[in-house]
Design a binder for this molecule. Structure first.
Ligand code: HEC
Ligand code: HEC
Length: 336
């Protein structure tokens, strides 16, 4: 399929923003203009398990900043330990996404943060209980009063969490240094990989500063996904809009830090980048990408790992191991 055809389908699928596949990618800007005291308050809440009803879970339990903002598990678990149907996306660089969640049901960090509290996929805690826990705490009333004239309110809670999330950016990846003129910041393979990423047309979907996060696309747009496959079970954006044409449509995820956030896809079913690249070639582009090209694209994707508070994000010790694939396949076998 020609890149033009893909652009056309995408434009039809997603409407504005217009395709920017030819525009150069810009580096991640460092966080600036944030009230550091609100960032600090948001960080405390983000990590505080005592505020949830169960007393055992915080945002950081699933979005662990030492695990690329994810939990490195295929699927998320709710507070009662039940397996949910989606993989946990990273909280890094979300302020640069236009759409949030795999099905793009949110576009702003504030309502999303409150959702993270009440949702069974999140802290599973009614907002009134969460606010009450803050009010009864020896420290939070004072901390809120110092930062917000009206103290502890729903809006101020959302603001503190969202302000903290805006501080979760990871600038200074090798790719960003390359974009800023340091051509040696990427290895030769990674530079070739970037060229292939553009040539194959990955960039028509994974575009903009986050290499994703700003478009929707159907999975299986070039080669239909098998009707009984694991991927076919989740109807994606259809669950939000109810429109037939949104079946199996997902938010194109950001590829920033993708090397440190396995496993992949909305259902966490793919453990390795190599296999994800192969499937993207097949299902999204109708192309069989040879192993040597996949290797280079993978080197490029590794160059997208940035720094938080000056430290490069770390991959799990077992990243890219075939073992993880097998154990997960046993959990949720692909129907024939
Ligand atoms: C039990 C695990 C869990 C907890 C706890 C949790 N989340 Fe999430 N979070 C998820 C999952 C899973 C998704 C994706 C849901 C989907 O797409 O259907 C998500 C999505 C998000 C996103 C969207 C990211 C993106 O780019 O799409 C943000 C931001 C976020 N959560 C922030 C928070 C905050 C803030 C809290 C605490 C108030 C929180 N989460 C608590 C599991 C969790
Ligand atoms: C037609 C749009 C489109 C094209 C072209 C495309 N992708 Fe994707 N990509 C997506 C969508 C949508 C998802 C999410 C699919 C899902 O979760 O099931 C995705 C997911 C991914 C992921 C997993 C990210 C994560 O955090 O789970 C990687 C890696 C990826 N793509 C790389 C590539 C590469 C490399 C290419 C080119 C060979 C490419 N993509 C081409 C739309 C596209």
């Amino acid at each position: 399929m020609s890149p033009h055809y893909i652009s056309l389908i995408l434009a039809l699928l997603s409407g504005p923003p217009a395709l920017a596949g030819d525009k150069p990618v810009s580096p991640i800007p460092p966080a600036s203009g944030l009230d550091s005291r609100k960032v600090e308050l948001g960080a405390l809440i983000y990590h505080d398990i005592r505020l949830s009803d169960s007393g055992r879970i915080a945002c950081a339990s699933c979005h662990d900043l030492n695990r690329g903002g994810t939990n490195w598990s295929p699927l998320s678990h709710d507070s009662k330990g039940n397996v949910r149907k989606r993989n946990t996306p990273s909280t890094f660089n979300t302020s640069l996404n236009f759409h949030l969640h795999w099905d793009g049901r949110f576009s702003e960090l504030e309502p999303e943060a409150l959702n993270g509290i009440i949702s069974i996929h999140g802290l599973d805690t009614p907002l009134a209980n969460f606010l009450q826990a803050l009010r009864e705490h020896p420290q939070y009333p004072k901390r809120f009063a110092e930062r917000y004239a009206d103290g502890i309110t729903k809006d101020n809670l959302a603001d503190a969490l969202a302000t903290f999330e805006r501080s979760l950016v990871t600038p200074d990846s090798p790719f960003d240094r390359y974009l800023l003129g340091d051509k040696k910041a990427l290895s030769r393979d990674a530079r070739d990989g970037y060229r292939l990423f553009k040539q194959y047309g990955c960039i028509s979907c994974h575009q903009g500063v986050n290499l994703g996060g700003n478009l929707f696309a159907r999975i299986g747009i070039a080669t239909p996904i098998p009707p009984n496959s694991l991927a076919a079970r989740d109807l994606g954006r259809f669950g939000v809009t109810g429109r037939k044409r949104d079946k199996h449509v997902f938010r194109v995820p950001s590829l920033r830090n993708v090397a440190v956030t396995p496993p992949y896809l909305h259902n966490g079913s793919i453990a390795t980048l190599d296999e994800t690249i192969r499937l993207m070639g097949l299902f999204q582009l109708g192309r069989k990408i040879p192993a040597a090209d996949r290797q280079k694209i993978k080197a490029f994707l590794h160059g997208l790992t940035g720094k938080y508070q000056g430290k490069t994000l770390q991959a799990p010790p077992s990243a890219d191991s075939e073992l993880t694939i097998r154990s997960h396949t046993r959990l949720a076998p692909e129907a024939k």
